[in-house]
Design a protein around this ligand. Structure first.
Ligand SMILES: [Mn+2]
Length: 435
C-alpha cells in the first residue's frame, strides 16, 4: 500500500481518538513449527493496515498531537550478522525513510521509552487478550507511569478496545484495496481454471492442490488460507484440508482456494466433475446451488440487509431440496423447522478483506446491518449430501459449493471473481482439457 494511503488511515484513526489518546499495536508473534523451524510469518492485519510494515518484533504507537511526531515505530535494529542468516531489516532509518514513521526506536529500548509516551495521556487504545505476553508488558508500563505520579505525572485512566473503530474502517475498502483484491481474485480464478484443466480420474487431490499453488506462486502471491481440495465424500467435509485422496471417476471435486495479494485475500469455491461430465443427479443439485448463488448475488446491493442474500439463497436451496425429494413439506415449514441444516449448515457469506473472514460487525444493535458501497462479501451457498440409508444412492456424497467475492458498489455489485467459470457447459468443456 502506498505511504500516503497508510498515513491517511493513521490520521483517520488518530482523529477519532482525540488528543488525549495513545494507540499501541504489536506486530504478530512468530510461531515455532518444529525445533528451529518457524511457521510462515504473516503480519497482524490491523498492524499491517496502519503501517505496511511486515517485520516481526515491532510495535506501532500513535500519539495524536505529539510535537516530535505522532507515529512511532519500534523495530529491530540492523544487524549484519543476523541479516546474513535471516534477511535484511529496515532498521530505524528504514522505518522513517521507507515506511513513513515520524520517529523510530530499537525494539530493545521499548521498556525505557514507551512509559514516557503514555505519561499524561488519558486513554490507551489497545486490544487486550490477543497477545497475553504483550498484555503483561502493557501492565508493567502502565505501572511504571503510575509510580511516577509523585513527579506530577498523570497515568492513563481508561483502556479502550482498538478493534471496534479500526475494524469499522477496514470494512470499507478504498480504491487501492479493491484493486489489490481484484488482482487476488483474478489470479485465484486462473488457478481454479488450471485445476479444472489438469483434472483427470486417478489423480490425487494433492496434485490438484499443486496446480493451484503453482498459479498463486508464479504470480508472487501466497494462499490466503489452506486450500480445500476434496473429491467425492471429502467435498461434504466443510474444512477438509488433508488433500491426499485419489480422485475417482464419477465423483465431484470441490475446491475452495484463494490467493492473498499484498495482504488482501480472495476466497473462491468451484465444484466440478472429476471426469468432466456431471451425472444427472450431480447436475440437478448443481443447478440448484448455482440458482441459489445467483439469487443471493442479486440481493448483494447497497441498502439491503446483510442477511438478505442468505435468505434468498436459502429459499432456492430449500425449494430445490423439496423438489429433489430429500425434504418433505412446504418451503415455509422447512425454513421454520430448520431441517435443511442437514444439507446446508453454514451461512451464505462473510466479509472479505485483509482477513479471509474479515473484520466488521454484521449487526448494528440488534439488527442486521445494511450493505453499503465499498463492502466486500463472499456469496457461497452449498449443498452437502452425505451417504445415508434414507437418501437415494444417486445423490450420495454430492458436495457442492459455489463461492464468489462480491463488491457492493453505488450502482449495484461487482463480482471480483467472475473469471472463474461456474456454468455447466464451460466447466464440462474445460475439465480434463490439459494445462
Ligand atoms: Mn468463504
Amino acid at each position: 500500500m502506498n505511504l500516503s494511503e497508510l498515513k491517511k488511515r493513521r490520521r483517520q484513526l488518530m482523529a477519532s481518538m482525540g488528543e488525549g489518546g495513545i494507540a499501541i499495536l504489536p506486530a504478530a508473534q512468530e510461531h515455532i513449527r518444529n525445533r528451529d523451524v518457524y511457521h510462515d510469518y504473516r503480519q497482524d492485519s490491523d498492524f499491517l493496515y496502519l503501517t505496511g510494515f511486515e517485520e516481526p518484533e515491532s510495535v506501532a504507537v500513535l500519539v495524536p498531537g505529539r510535537p516530535q511526531g505522532e507515529y512511532i515505530l519500534f523495530c529491530r535494529e540492523r544487524n549484519p550478522e543476523k541479516e546474513t542468516w535471516d534477511g535484511l531489516r529496515a532498521g530505524q532509518e528504514g522505518a522513517v525513510e521507507r515506511y513513513g514513521a515520524d520517529d523510530a526506536f530499537p525494539i530493545t529500548d521499548i521498556d525505557d521509552i514507551l512509559p514516557g509516551l503514555m505519561e499524561n495521556r488519558e486513554r490507551v487504545y489497545y486490544t487486550m487478550g490477543r497477545n497475553p505476553a504483550f498484555d503483561k508488558h502493557m501492565m508493567d508500563w502502565l505501572n511504571r507511569v503510575r509510580s511516577s505520579a509523585r513527579k506530577g505525572v498523570r497515568a492513563p485512566g481508561e483502556f479502550i478496545d482498538l478493534d471496534h473503530q479500526l475494524h469499522e474502517y477496514r470494512l470499507f475498502k478504498s480504491r487501492s484495496e479493491v484493486s489489490a483484491m481484484r488482482r487476488a481474485a483474478k489470479v485465484s480464478a486462473a488457478a481454479h481454471k488450471r485445476a479444472m484443466a489438469a483434472c483427470q480420474p486417478g489423480m490425487n487431490e494433492f496434485e490438484i492442490e499443486a496446480e493451484l499453488l503453482y498459479e498463486f506462486r508464479r504470480n508472487g502471491m501466497t494462499t490466503a488460507y489452506p486450500s480445500i481440495v476434496g473429491g467425492g465424500r471429502n467435498g461434504c467435509i466443510l474444512h477438509y484440508i488433508d488433500n491426499r485422496d485419489a480422485l475417482r471417476d464419477g465423483d465431484l471435486l470441490l475446491i475452495d482456494a484463494g490467493a492473498e495479494n499484498q495482504g488482501y485475500a480472495s476466497d473462491i469455491t468451484r465444484t466440478f466433475p472429476v471426469n468432466g461430465e456431471f451425472s444427472p443427479a450431480q447436475r440437478e443439485v448443481y443447478e440448484i446451488v448455482l440458482e441459489a448463488q445467483l439469487a443471493a448475488i442479486e440481493k448483494t446491493l447497497a441498502g439491503n440487509h446483510w442477511d438478505d442474500p442468505h435468505q434468498a439463497a436459502l429459499r432456492v436451496l430449500v425449494r430445490g431440496l423439496i423438489d429433489l425429494g430429500l425434504l418433505k413439506g412446504s418451503v415455509q415449514s422447512v425454513l421454520e423447522s430448520g431441517e435443511y441444516r442437514r444439507f446446508y449448515m453454514h451461512r451464505t457469506g462473510h466479509w472479505l478483506g485483509m482477513d479471509v473472514h474479515d473484520v466488521g460487525d454484521y449487526k448494528v444493535d440488534e439488527d442486521w446491518r445494511l450493505l453499503e458501497a465499498g463492502m466486500v462479501t463472499t456469496v457461497e451457498p452449498g449443498l452437502y449430501i452425505t451417504a445415508a440409508d434414507d437418501i437415494p444412492e444417486r445423490f450420495h456424497n454430492i458436495g457442492i459449493r459455489i463461492e464468489d467475492d462480491v463488491l457492493v458498489t453505488k450502482e449495484g455489485y461487482d463480482v471480483l471473481s467472475k473469471d472463474a467459470p461456474k456454468d455447466i457447459d464451460t466447466i464440462e468443456s474445460l475439465v480434463g482439457s490439459g494445462v
